[in-house]
Design a protein around this ligand. Structure first.
Ligand SMILES: Cc1cc2nc3c(=O)[nH]c(=O)nc-3n(C[C@H](O)[C@H](O)[C@H](O)COP(=O)(O)OP(=O)(O)OC[C@H]3O[C@@H](n4cnc5c(N)ncnc54)[C@H](O)[C@@H]3O)c2cc1C
Ligand code: SF4
Length: 582
């Protein structure tokens, strides 16, 4: 493994090389097609993840008791549009979940039922938090409040989404899988639907023999539940100025594996670093890891979910979350847990990291934003699943009330979020994560102050700096990465292989980046991408701009590229990974 010997001057900012994208022109369609050429639904939910499906299920519960409104919403009262082959295919999380919102959504189900359904893997009874100063040392520390997980449940969001899909279909939802929503349809200042993407286009966009054009899907209400980087959410935020007066959104990237192990892990473990990240502030690296025990009630297997998450504010172009996770597995603390086991799953995904101050306005005429698309994640505690379920449920209630009263604005949803567990929890940690932008050591005391005062200090609103405006330099983090041994440590491509990634070789490119950029930017993309999508030709010059080769069919749609100067757009429906237990 090697990096260029070129020492950049640390002043190369990815934002200076923006992706070739014209969002208002490309991603917003002005007006609907004629009535006989479109599909009409009641409520269109874009994204069949935890948040979107919670919204669908809650709406169907309310409509089941209100046949009049159900009828008014037409033949398809609720449609869910999901780009993966099946719901759950593109979903990944740790995931230790606060149980409240899921219990409220499905009150008749017990936690035993969750486990029998195969999406939950046990209640947290024991936990431990470690500092890892080096690749050999682990020092147990008292559990900081954000890491307290006693009583929470370990779940798989991929399996949870599949369960929620079944419930929604039984309740009468029309779930359109393998379908990307590619354009937001706006008429007279109001969202009136979305357009689904074409299928069967070739590399250059030419129609192939099996070409099927996309369709306008007209809806009385649209719910944007696209997850961390929303293609239509981004377009909506620009179109309706929803981020006006807010802090910019920032992101983190997580890489996860699931292992089958011979001996059960008896506790949930978090490590807070600094290793495998580097301490000096100039690297800008802040990351942490998790190890969660998973007992599969149906097979009796003992599994372990483990992963590494890093803030995308880092500055060393050779930072690779995938390779840092590989290094983490060789730490004695982890190695003994995995000994004799086998890796059964791998995946990667970004999550929004800005928290409270970076949340956009959550409603616009005709539409609302739920879950990660609205930035509802507490990254200090690494908790978003319960906020996604809560926001989906509240959006459903606001839309139901609005439609009943013949309204097309669902602003009450914003107040409901603010007054709920989501608003309260995210407000409490509103300034907790920003101090780490100064580095692990300099930021640490302020972070501790925010934890100790339950968010009262530091006062005011702490700023976020855009991830793509961080000057990148060629550092040496890559020297920490182990050589893949195919037993405990793996390369990126064999990891992508086990996701079941099924992107057609001749599909059009859905990644937008400039293809001739300074080496620091190209190296940033090459190392960052967990799927090995970006390559720099071997004969590229050591200094100055280089070409970038984009092997987009490997992409697992983690979304990280959008944080560091590129843009993930929607691929053809059905492309990408097929996660099962991530
Ligand atoms: C590495 C990692 C670890 C985490 N750990 C935890 C944890 O331990 N506990 C916790 O509570 N939270 C955790 N989180 C956060 C949590 O996973 C998320 O908050 C939550 O899963 C997001 O759910 P969502 O439904 O909003 O988005 P997603 O799960 O991303 O779902 C969005 C869905 O929309 C689909 N989609 C997107 N755009 C389109 C489009 N245009 N057309 C059609 N379909 C589209 C996607 O394919 C996807 O299925 C973690 C997150 C990550 C990344
Ligand atoms: S190319 Fe795909 S997998 Fe790679 S960083 Fe971008 S979105 Fe993630």
């Amino acid at each position: 493994m090697s990096a260029s010997t070129n020492n950049g001057n640390g002043k190369v900012v990815p934002a200076a090389y923006p992706p070739p994208v014209d969002s208002p022109k490309e991603f917003v369609k002005r007006g609907l097609d004629p009535e006989d050429e479109l599909i009409e639904v009641g409520v269109a939910i874009v994204g069949g993840g935890t948040a979107g499906l919670a919204c669908a299920n809650r709406l169907l519960q309310l409509l089941a008791d209100d046949p009049d409104l159900m009828e008014r919403l037409g033949e398809v009262p609720v449609a869910v549009i999901e780009k993966a082959k099946t719901c759950g295919g593109h979903n990944l999380s740790g995931a230790v979940m606060r149980p409240g919102p899921l219990q409220e959504l499905f009150p008749e189900l017990t936690r035993e039922d969750w486990r029998k359904e195969g999406f939950a893997f046990g209640e947290v009874k024991k936990e431990a938090v470690y500092m890892t100063p080096t690749s050999k040392l682990a020092l147990r520390i008292p559990t900081p409040p954000p890491f307290k997980n006693h009583g929470n449940e370990i779940v798989s969001v991929s399996a949870l989404a599949r369960y929620q899909q079944r419930q929604a279909e039984e309740g009468g939802a029309y779930v359109l899988t393998e379908t990307s929503a590619t354009q937001l349809i706006v008429e007279q200042g109001r969202v009136v639907g979305v357009r689904s993407g074409d299928k069967g286009r070739g590399k250059e966009g030419e129609p192939l023999g099996n070409f099927e054009p996309g369709t306008d899907i007209k809806a009385k209400a649209v719910v944007l539940a696209e997850g961390c980087w929303g293609h239509l959410t981004g377009a909506a935020i620009r179109e309706f100025d929803l981020a006006d007066g807010r802090e910019p959104q920032v992101w983190e990237l997580g890489v996860k594996e699931v292992w089958k192990v011979p001996k059960p892990l008896d506790r949930l473990i978090h490590t807070v670093g600094p290793w495998p990240a580097k301490i000096p502030g100039k690297y800008g690296q802040v990351g942490g890891t998790w190890l969660y025990p998973m007992k599969d009630e149906r097979t009796g297997d003992h599994l372990v979910s483990l992963g590494f998450v890093i803030g995308l504010e880092y500055a060393d172009a050779t930072t690779s979350a995938h390779d840092m996770l590989q290094a983490f597995k060789l730490h004695p603390l982890v190695r003994k847990i995995l000994d004799g086991g086998e890796r059964v799953a791998w995946g990667a995904k970004a999550l929004p990291g800005g928290g409270y101050w970076s949340m956009p306005k959550l409603s616009m005429p005709g539409a609302v934003i739920v879950g990660d698309a609205g930035g509802m994640v507490d990254t200090a505690a690494l908790k978003g699943v319960h906020h996604c379920i809560n926001s989906g449920k509240l959006a459903a209630e606001a839309i139901y009330r609005g439609l009943k009263n013949g309204e097309s604005s669902f602003e009450s949803y914003e107040y409901m979020i603010e007054d709920s567990v989501t608003g309260r929890e995210l407000y409490e940690v509103r300034n907790l994560r920003q101090p780490f932008q100064k580095g692990f050591l300099k930021g640490g005391p302020l972070v501790n102050l925010a934890i100790a005062t339950r968010g009262k200090l530091p006062p005011g609103r702490l700023a976020w700096h855009r991830n793509d405006e961080k000057p990148m330099f060629m550092g040496n983090t890559y020297k920490r990465y182990p050589r893949p041994d195919g037993r405990y440590t793996f390369d990126k491509l064999s990891s992508v292989f086990i996701t079941g990634n099924a992107t057609r070789d001749d599909a059009p490119n859905h990644i937008r980046v400039q293809k001739h950029v300074p080496r620091e930017v190209a190296e940033t993309w090459k190392w960052m991408c967990p799927a090995g999508v970006y390559e720099i030709p071997e004969d590229a010059p050591e200094h100055g701009p280089v070409d970038v080769i984009v092997n987009y069919t490997n992409c697992v749609q983690c979304g990280a590229i959008t944080a560091k100067g590129g843009r993930l757009t929607t691929p053809e429906g059905g492309d990408g990974p097929l996660y099962q237990i991530t």
